[in-house]
Design a protein around this ligand. Structure first.
Ligand SMILES: Nc1nc2c(ncn2[C@@H]2O[C@H](COP(=O)(O)OP(=O)(O)OP(=O)(O)O)[C@@H](O)[C@H]2O)c(=O)[nH]1
Ligand SMILES: [Mg+2]
Length: 298
């Protein structure tokens, strides 16, 4: 599915892309260079949905070229999802942004009339334009939803993920449901409080089963698990780590945390309360479920 991301220069487009699809955090995306023309990248979002991101650089000369006959049909055709990134921290560029959005929407109407169109009010941590104002201004535009995003405040991933989750096919949803049922069983067997299968590239869950809800905030579905694992690594609270089998266990508080590599792309993450943890043939048990999980994702 083609996802076209547009907006004026420095609106925060590339930062959003790297944050969501590469699991990068605020510190990692602070110093990006301006995007030259259109940068196209393919990702497998959550390991489930193939997306081609068209990240269209927002400098004046580039925006100008998108609306020329030479480029418009290529850029605006076959778009599944269109996201206009509008810098909510800058009143000076608001009118310019609104005008360019208007042009983009008319091209979309022509080349991709079926596209679902969204606005992200970016940099909402520094906003001078409110979401309410924006919703009022764009009320009659062909925009499905206007949402506020802020990478430093951690309210960006959830917005983009919600949009993309809405594009998953019923078949994929069924696969996720089945995997979730399997993880519920695994939790019971191992007395785990939470187990997830994670897509390593973006760090997002493919499916998860949580027994103890209070362990997590309800936003788990939108959390990049990388942010969990990296601090664990730095803390060096590693209990066992065997490089050859890509299996690590950390002893944290009253829990054991397991990270087990299923494939190049997927990993299993599980939290088992100390009192229930039996290392015994854990690796053997993990090897058995590994095949089942991989099969279910094929
Ligand atoms: N405060 C704040 N700054 C942000 C946020 N997202 C991005 N930025 C900053 O905005 C600046 C521009 O970010 P980019 O992602 O490169 O912007 P862009 O829209 O890709 O810019 P072009 O490629 O030139 O079109 C960077 O300095 C980012 O750190 C945010 O949520 N909050
Ligand atoms: Mg960029």
């Amino acid at each position: 599915m083609k996802v076209l991301i547009m907006g004026l220069r420095s609106a925060g487009k590339t930062s959003l892309v790297k944050h969501v699809f590469e699991g990068k955090e605020w510190e990692d995306v602070k110093d990006l260079k301006p995007t030259e023309f259109v940068h196209t990248v393919e990702y497998k979002y959550r390991g489930l949905l193939e997306v081609t991101i068209f990240d269209a650089g927002g400098q004046k000369q580039f925006i100008y070229s998108y609306f020329t006959d030479q480029w418009a049909s290529r850029i605006f055709s076959k778009v599944g999802i269109f996201i206009w990134v509008l810098d909510s921290s800058d009143k000076n560029t608001f009118n310019e942004s609104k005008n360019e959005l208007k042009k983009a929407l008319s091209y979309l109407q022509k080349y991709s009339p079926e596209s679902r169109n969204f606005i992200c009010a970016s940099k909402y941590d520094k906003h001078v334009i409110t979401l309410e104002e924006l919703r009022r201004i764009f009320a009659n535009w062909n925009i499905e939803e206007i949402s506020a995003t802020s990478i430093p405040l951690g309210v960006a991933r959830e917005i983009i993920c919600t949009i993309l989750d809405g594009a998953m096919s019923p078949q994929v949803k069924l696969k996720v449901d089945q995997l979730q049922k399997f993880l519920i069983k695994f939790n019971k067997k191992e007395s785990a409080s939470a187990t997830m299968v994670i897509n390593k590239a973006d760090g997002l869950e493919i499916a998860s089963a949580v027994n103890v809800k209070r362990l997590f905030n309800p936003k788990l579905k939108y959390l990049s698990i990388k942010s969990f694992i990296e601090p664990l690594d730095k803390a060096k609270e590693i209990f066992i780590q065997k490089d050859d089998i890509d299996f690590a266990v950390w002893h944290v508080g009253t829990n054991f945390i397991i990270l087990f590599d299923l494939t190049e792309q997927f990993a299993l993450f599980s939290i088992i309360p100390e009192r229930n943890f039996k290392i015994g043939d854990m690796l053997h048990r993990l090897q058995i479920i590994k095949d089942k999980i991989i099969q279910s994702l094929e």
